[in-house]
Design a binder for this molecule. Structure first.
Ligand SMILES: C[S@@+](CC[C@H](N)C(=O)[O-])C[C@H]1O[C@@H](n2cnc3c(N)ncnc32)[C@H](O)[C@@H]1O
Ligand code: SF4
Length: 363
């Protein structure tokens, strides 16, 4: 049985200039035919699905209207066996949070929210092209609390040009005052096919790596002091509030992804759905699978991927499972990137900063 289900909702009311996730602006008819196709795709897999975790990602799943949510959630609840479900997360953009929507999500059993706050500094929000300001984000957070959500995560971005260390400190402190159960803090990345990537190429944006390193260290320090464990390089949680869905990815568990651009990995088979909503909907409704990429992944490659993800977590890797990479890990030890603690390899704080470089050892 498949225990982890990802559902990609590819619509955003506004497109942010740094974001490379597959998304488009929503038109009502397009959304409705997409939802119809999504339920057909879910139905196809229903006999093999008994999810412990479901994750609605995007795009902006919270951009769906109330009737659209009733249709989607009602359909999923009737088609899938949810008797084992432990965690059901939805990503929300603060601009699309409303009390009636929050109540509906709660009623259908969604029990975890991941909200893209990004910053509590209005100037930084503006340079990120966000449509909400800090006050709206705080109001949305309170709306979610009033609706009864007791497992809320906040996404933040650091390393934004023009964002000082003080601005980032204030963002961390204001986040802590709200006492979310979980925080994700990402360094801004310049993804291909984004406006920011083009600006970087034209020299109109300039990353400051030294400042970004200071912001990263401040994050570990402030959140650590406040009782949040850095259980993965970019993720912090109160005890017991780690994301079960993402932890399953990092352990290398099987997962099914529905919707355009979604990846799935089942055993040695990995595939990706078509990255175009109209084609996805049409192909699925015509009774075909909307796959545009498929590969066989050997156990050796999977072990490398598991190690690359595992190394980013606070449990690291068992020495006994790393004989293949012993030479490279010893080298990284000499460079102060990793350390040996008991029977485990773990990242040092320098290694957490350069986690992508360390991950190259395994792939
Ligand atoms: C799908 S979005 C979250 C939900 C919603 N669409 C929103 O933006 O509020 C996932 C998260 O990825 C992060 N993200 C996206 N693009 C990024 C980039 N280029 N660099 C760093 N973080 C990024 C943001 O923190 C964002 O909240
Ligand atoms: S960051 Fe979120 S709201 Fe912005 S374009 Fe990406 S998915 Fe959409």
């Amino acid at each position: 049985m498949i225990e982890h289900l990802y559902i990609h909702i590819p619509f955003c009311p506004n497109i942010c200039p740094y974001c490379a996730f597959y998304k488009e602006s929503a038109g009502r008819e397009r959304v409705e035919s997409f939802l119809e196709a999504l339920l057909v795709e879910a139905d196809r897999w229903s006999a093999q699905l008994k999810p412990k975790t479901i994750f609605f990602g995007g795009g902006t799943p919270s951009a769906l209207s109330i009737p659209q949510f009733e249709n989607l959630l009602g359909g999923l609840c009737s088609k899938l066996d949810l008797s084992n479900l432990e965690e059901w997360t939805i990503e929300m953009n603060p601009a699309t949070v409303a009390a009636d929507k929050a109540a509906l999500l709660k009623d259908f059993g969604i029990n975890r929210i991941s909200m893209g706050v990004q910053s509590w500094d209005d100037a930084v929000l503006k340079s990120l092209g966000r449509t909400h300001d800090a006050d709206k984000a705080e109001e949305s957070f309170q709306v979610l609390r009033h609706a009864g959500f007791d497992n809320v995560s906040i996404d933040l971005i650091f390393g934004v040009p023009g964002q000082s260390l003080e601005s980032w400190r204030r963002t961390l402190e204001r986040s802590l005052r709200l006492a979310p159960e979980h925080l994700s803090a990402y360094g801004l990345t310049y993804e291909e096919d984004t406006e920011f990537f083009q600006k970087l190429g034209r020299g109109e944006m300039a990353p400051d790596e030294g400042l970004e390193a200071d912001q990263f260290e401040l994050t570990s320090e402030l959140l650590g002091n406040a009782g949040y464990a850095q259980y993965e390089v970019s993720n912090y949680a109160l005890t017991g509030r780690e994301s079960r869905h993402n932890s399953a990815y990092w352990r290398g568990s099987d997962y099914l992804g529905l919707g355009p651009s979604a990846f799935s990995t089942l055993g040695s088979r990995r595939w990706r759905n078509i990255r175009e909503t109209g084609v996805y909907s049409k192909t699925t409704m015509a009774g075909s699978t909307a796959i545009d990429f498929e590969e066989e992944v050997s156990e050796r490659v999977k072990a490398g991927e598991r190690a690359a993800f595992g190394m980013r977590t606070n449990t690291g890797l068992l020495v006994s499972e790393c004989s293949r990479w012993e030479t490279e890990l010893r080298q990284a030890l000499g460079q102060g990137l990793v350390k040996l603690e008991g029977n485990r390899w773990l990242l040092t704080s320098k290694g957490r900063l350069l986690a992508d470089t360390v991950a190259e050892i395994f792939v």
